[in-house]
Design a protein around this ligand. Structure first.
Ligand code: WT7
Length: 719
């Protein structure tokens, strides 16, 4: 397991000569920056905030753990109240709210009917601007969820505890399907619509779903994309892995019109709109589930091996997203809340569907690309729908800023609250978000967390803790983070040193295990800093997040990025091994290595280096095949910025590819000491060739910040 060498990386707030040369050892390289000034939230925000009384900080102080989380659990409606807040008897498989029973669908839908049945639960905005916006009331949502639950149960034969996989785009059918599963106690697993059929098939096989729910097509960037074709590939990939998908349920984007060129397979593929009329107005009794029953799986990438199916619980997860939505998103039932992300990622599960709906608010769903057809689209949606809470990722903010820096002023919308999530945000980009996009009227929260975590880990309470551009803030309520160095020594706040950020305590939103791989779960997340394997005291089981971070003297964390070989592209995790395995499906390819390059919009982009089998020569054709293989195996989001075919990879004497060397070349950064390589002579060759090509593409080098330089320099150390 890799990690930032904390003691060796000093973070300084003073001016420092950042020039790095090969003579300076890594130990002296600084990750330093200027501390940003605090920004206070608007007074108008404070007056109406859910968490405006500082007493809340005392209620969640460490001495009140774990009972402080009763406050979150009490936001829900329980069928049976729990007797044990936290059961630590089988660490690190924590159990929250033991003895409690509830149904997640009831909490998100049924219980709001008495007070606001005809208020919009979702407002769906199709990508084509001429197509009408669709408001789905809580009552209508209740109907649709029940009908789809009846279909799954009575036609599909699914039972409580079974898994059902969705490969759905951003359409209302997706939350309907999620809530229908939740109603039945069926575990849903949504695979991001942009992933390829093969990637979907692998996840279906891993989860053991026998039903795949998909859609014929959807709009993206002005184009009606054929999506059903991916289901055929998913079925084929699952079959290769020895797993049968029996039924494919196909929603139609436009009722009665089939948007795909792929034929429906008799006896396997069924149009949902053909089946649903049988279940019209049928009501399905919700299944009362134990708090610790799994609610869903969400797959994410790691350094090695297959994507991990993160298993999230019902009671703990739902309590945690309800609580954080209330206090950090400041959601009130009267708000119009828009999280401009995809439900195919954890952000969407927690903060488009489960959190906002458990609080009975109106949540906006947008089908398409934020800047389609132009950079004003997002702001027109805010204006038209009266959105007052807006949530998105730095990659979208950077894109909107680049394409339409002056667009926000043209539209009459007013946000009280904004969120950024998924990657570190540069202070300049933060300021545009605050001053221009938010018109200086909104409180901003920068929320740090991960697929594994269920909900936020680091952020500011928007009315009580000032914002600091580029820092997420302190641990959120009930979360006690710590930074450890490689030896498990605490790196003190304000010490100016970076290290591995960990969470000392369990919390209700933490995932329960990696689906089917409990040992891998313990190994990746808990083994590193666990000193007593047999201890049932949670203090002995810090959660290793896999991110490097620095804590300022005021307790605010600045997240530096992954310490493993995961590349965060536009806020999405791509494992180097997955990328490399995809390249190796191309016959000509002998070896492959993926590295990150600093990208002004997407944060990081991927560059692939491949070497060919003996006797083969480089060609555009092979480059294209490699790019196509990544599209097929993973999906377009992973498409590399460049594919470089090299005669040989720089390697250690033991034959390991030195990713940090090629990462240095791709970023025009220092490649460090190469004298100990088995083949040091290839470095200059590759560098010359690749950097010349990049310059010819207009990719002029820019000076990396010290933090970026350190990231590139340490890339690949995890092996
Ligand atoms: C990784 C998790 C759950 C949110 C969506 C991404 C990075 C996440 C921040 C932030 C700096 C961040 C971390 C983390 N990250 N939020 N506010 N500031 N970095 O979920 O795909 O599981 O990725 O995203 O590196 O480990 P994910």
């Amino acid at each position: 397991m890799g990690g930032i060498r904390a003691a060796e990386v000093s973070a300084m707030t003073t001016a420092h000569n950042s020039k790095v040369d090969a003579q300076v050892s890594e130990a002296q390289i600084a990750v330093h920056w200027r501390e940003e000034e605090y920004v206070a939230p608007p007074v108008s925000f404070i007056g109406q905030a859910n968490a405006a009384d500082p007493a809340i900080l005392d209620r969640f102080a460490e001495e009140r753990f774990p009972d402080c989380f009763k406050e979150y659990a009490d936001l829900l409606s329980w069928d049976a109240y729990w007797h044990t807040t936290l059961d630590t008897s089988k660490p690190p498989f924590w159990k929250w709210f033991v003895g409690g029973r509830l149904n997640a669908c009831v909490n998100c839908v049924d219980r709001h009917l008495a007070t606001h049945a005809n208020k919009a639960a979702f407002i769906w905005v199709p990508e084509p601007e001429a197509e009408a916006t669709l408001a789905i009331t809580y009552r209508e949502l209740y109907r649709r969820v029940n009908e789809f639950a009846a279909l799954l149960r009575d036609w599909g034969g699914v039972q409580t505890g079974d898994r059902v996989t969705f490969h759905l785009p951003m359409v209302p059918e997706l939350p309907v399907a999620m809530l229908a599963c939740a109603r039945l106690g069926v575990i849903h697993s949504e695979v991001f619509g942009g992933f390829s059929g093969a990637a979907c098939g692998g996840r279906v096989a891993d989860s053991g779903s026998t039903i795949l729910v998909t859609m014929d097509g959807y709009y993206r960037n002005g184009e009606l994309i054929d999506h059903k074709v991916k289901a055929d590939q998913a079925v084929a990939t699952a079959a290769e892995l020895g797993h049968a998908i029996d039924k494919v349920l196909v929603f139609r984007r436009r009722s009665g019109q089939y948007a795909s060129g792929s034929p429906m397979v008799e006896g396997r593929d069924f149009f949902v709109d053909d089946l649903l009329p049988t279940y019209r107005d049928v009501v399905v009794e919700p299944v009362s589930m134990p708090a610790e029953a799994p609610l869903f799986l969400m797959y994410t990438s790691g350094t090695t091996g297959q994507p991990k199916g993160c298993q999230h619980s019902t009671g703990g997860y739902l309590s945690y997203v309800a609580g954080t939505s209330k206090y950090y998103q400041d959601i009130h039932p009267t708000d119009t809340y828009w999280c401009c992300a995809d439900i195919g990622w954890i952000t969407g599960h927690s903060y488009i569907v489960y959190g906002p709906l458990s609080l009975g608010t109106t949540s906006v769903l947008y089908e398409g690309v934020p800047a389609y057809p132009d950079a004003g689209r997002v702001w027109r949606i805010c204006q038209r729908l009266g959105v007052n809470i807006f949530h998105t990722a730095p990659t979208t903010i950077r894109m909107l800023r680049k394409l339409g820096p002056d667009e926000p002023a043209k539209y009459d919308y007013h946000l009280k609250h904004m969120t950024t999530v998924g990657e570190p945000i540069e202070p300049e980009v933060w300021r545009w978000y605050h001053d221009v996009a938010g018109k200086g009227e909104a409180a901003i929260v920068d929320t740090w967390w991960q697929t594994e975590n269920g909900g936020f880990l680091g952020s500011t309470l928007p009315a009580l803790q000032p914002m600091k551009p580029g820092s997420c803030g302190p641990g959120v309520l009930g979360i006690y983070p710590v930074i450890y160095d490689e030896d498990g020594q605490v790196v003190e706040a304000g010490s100016g040193k970076a290290g591995n950020i960990c969470i000392r305590n369990p919390w209700p939103g933490i995932f329960q295990t990696i689906w089917g791989q409990p040992d891998r779960f313990v190994h990746i997340y808990y083994e590193k800093y666990n000193k007593h394997k047999d201890s049932t005291d949670w203090h002995d089981w810090p959660y290793f997040a896999g991110d490097g971070a620095v804590q300022a003297a005021d307790g605010y964390f600045r997240i530096l990025g992954r310490v493993d070989d995961v590349i965060n592209v536009a806020g999405h995790r791509l494992g180097t091994k997955e990328l490399e395995s995809a390249c190796l499906t191309v016959d000509e390819v002998a070896e492959a290595a993926a590295v990150p390059v600093i990208d002004e919009v997407r944060g990081r982009a991927v560059e692939m280096y491949v070497s060919l089998k003996p006797g083969l020569t480089a060609s555009k054709d092979v480059e294209d095949k490699v790019a196509a293989a990544i599209d097929t195996e993973i999906g377009k989001i992973a498409r590399p910025k460049h594919v470089w075919i090299v005669s040989d990879m720089p390697k250690t004497r033991s034959g390991k590819i030195m990713r940090r060397v090629i990462a240095g070349i791709s970023n025009f950064a220092d490649v460090g000491d190469v004298s100990t390589l088995a083949n040091p002579e290839v470095v200059a060759d590759i560098r010359h060739h690749i950097q010349a090509e990049k310059l010819a593409h207009g990719e002029a080098p820019r000076q990396l910040t010290p933090a970026e330089a350190e990231e590139i320099r340490s890339f690949g150390h995890a092996e």
